[in-house]
Design a protein around this ligand. Structure first.
Ligand SMILES: [Zn+2]
Ligand SMILES: [Zn+2]
Length: 342
């Protein structure tokens, strides 16, 4: 098949080459996409729908407030000792928008076929990790015909691999079951597709765009596919000269999540290195772990509201003003698992 550069095809119409970008979100669009905002900027269908939905959402919010205030007044004035009951309608202000979220998001995809929506929603999910996006993706996937899936197959997996590996730790337990049934393939097929056909996308994503716990995804796939070489390839990419040549500051800035995984699961990495005969790589991994600077853990209420960057600055100043080196205490380490930021 002809290899299309990802920059040249439309994000909504995978079979069509792109002739421009959405002026709001930057997604590629094509001559099928002729939506414009009031300033005549060309928009993708999603941004167009979102812009249109905004005033409607505002009216709904005002409507909820009107209903809530009316209910409060009615209950207060008619029910005996009604003060407490009168406060109950206030819950609606929280519950109604929460319940409406899936419908609002669905309205953003109005006018788009499932096959036109499936790639953009995957990109959304990849970037946001929002499970509402994931659920909507499953919905679109389920509605696609066999022909649709066949036609979009290549692109679908190209988008799916990073979206899954990015958000592996957030996926619900039955993710594999759901996705394979909607893709109309078996679990073995999926694992094989990920580890064979999209192996390099998978490893590149896992190393160069790592997210928390991504190594668990690789270990899981390797064990499921009975493919130990996957881990060897993964470890070799981690210890490639491109990464090893970086100094402490650079490697912490670019590969923070990867270092975090190495640090948290060091035993597991060393064990794999031993089993796979990767002696040199084992040494390199321990060098990388030594370079890892864990984010500081707040010590009091005041620090708890500071951003990780502010905390780092504060610690640096503390180190400067005291002779004590800024050593991380052993007891603070488990907290790391919960410091995943976006
Ligand atoms: Zn857009
Ligand atoms: Zn298009």
């Amino acid at each position: 098949m002809v290899e299309l550069d990802s920059s040249s095809y439309c994000a909504f119409h995978y079979e069509n080459s792109s002739d421009g970008e959405c002026s709001n979100c930057g997604l590629n669009i094509c001559n099928f996409d002729q939506d414009y905002d009031v300033q005549a900027n060309r928009l993708c269908k999603l941004c167009f729908n979102i812009t249109k939905a905004k005033p409607r959402i505002k009216y709904i919010q005002i409507g909820i407030w009107v209903v809530v205030i009316a209910l409060v007044v009615i209950i207060w004035s008619t029910v005996e000792n009604g003060l407490w009951y009168a406060l109950l309608p206030l819950l609606l202000i929280l519950l109604v928008p929460y319940g409406m979220r899936p419908y609002i998001m669905k309205s953003y995809f109005k006018g788009l076929e499932p096959k036109e929506s499936v790639l953009p929603i995957l990109r959304y999910f990849e970037a946001s990790g929002n499970l509402d996006h994931y659920k909507l993706f499953l919905k679109f996937l389920k509605k696609m015909t066999d022909e649709d899936i066949k036609a979009i197959n290549e692109k679908l997996y190209e988008f799916l691999v990073p979206a899954l590996s990015f958000n592996y730790s957030k996926l619900p337990e039955n993710w594999q079951e759901k996705i394979t049934s909607h893709l109309r393939i078996t679990s073995d097929d999926l694992v094989n597709i990920l580890t064979q056909k999209y192996r390099s996308v998978l490893i590149q994503t896992a190393v160069h765009s790592a997210q928390s716990n991504i190594s668990m995804f690789i270990f899981y796939l390797s064990e499921t596919a009975d493919d130990e070489k996957l881990i060897a390839d993964y470890i070799k990419e981690i210890t490639s000269p491109e990464i090893m040549k970086l100094d402490t500051e650079e490697v912490n800035a670019i590969y923070k999540k990867l270092l975090e995984d190495l640090y948290l699961y060091d035993e597991k990495f060393y064990e794999y290195c031993d089993n796979l005969g990767l002696k040199k790589e084992k040494e390199l991994i321990s060098q990388l772990i030594e370079k890892f600077v864990p984010p500081p853990v707040p010590k009091n209420q005041l620090e708890a509201v500071m951003s990780p960057e502010q905390l780092v600055e504060k610690r640096k100043k503390e180190i400067d003003t005291s002779s004590q080196p800024g050593k991380i205490e052993e007891s603070e380490i488990p907290e790391l698992k919960f410091t995943g930021d976006k």
